[in-house]
Design a protein around this ligand. Structure first.
Ligand code: CUA
Length: 174
């Protein structure tokens, strides 16, 4: 079979471009610690208020016996609840998300905290935040007219400061 030299060259260019894109995806996934949401854990989205884990008074950040922190939040049109949250830096954090209505996404800019929140499932992201400061939590899946206004605030403070706040119990610390 004869393939024209020019055609072969261009086929090579096309394959090369595809290769560049695939390596860019793989490279950025490895570099930024991005992992596909693979936590297959189901929950009844209509009964979150009755669930053990996602009832209103259970939401927020809480310290586990091993020193790590678990954050439980609910996404619904159009907000993340609780609306503000304080978490410690340099601490393993497990974020657990549920939706009470449609598909939402949550993204914390400049970090690898990003996942889709599908109703009926618990989305889970394990991470560690290295920089203190105020971050927005933004919805990044179109979920309706109020999508652009769906956000929440998260404040990352030093470990010691967080422990002091937790003792006061003034803020959302579960
Ligand atoms: Cu929630 Cu977009």
């Amino acid at each position: 079979m004869h393939i024209d030299k020019l055609e072969r060259n261009w086929a090579g260019v096309a394959l090369g471009i595809a290769g560049v894109f695939v390596s860019a995806i793989l490279g950025s996934a490895l570099l930024h610690g991005i992992h596909a949401p693979s936590n297959v854990e189901t929950i009844d989205s209509a009964k979150l208020h009755l669930s053990k884990e996602f009832a209103e008074d259970k939401l927020g950040a809480s310290r586990n016996p091993d020193g790590s922190v678990t954050v439980r939040m609910v996404a619904g049109r159009y907000g993340f609840f609780p609306k503000t949250l304080t978490v410690p830096a340099e601490t393993p954090i497990t974020f657990r998300w549920v939706s009470l209505d449609v598909i939402h996404g949550v993204h914390m800019p400049m970090t690898n905290m990003s996942t889709m929140i599908v109703p009926g499932y618990v989305a889970q992201v394990k991470t560690e935040l290295h920089h203190t400061g105020d971050y927005p939590l933004l919805c990044n899946e179109y979920c309706g007219m109020g999508h652009a206004h769906m956000w929440s605030n998260i404040k990352v403070v030093g470990k010691a400061e967080w422990d002091a706040l937790a003792k006061q119990g003034g803020e959302q610390h579960g």
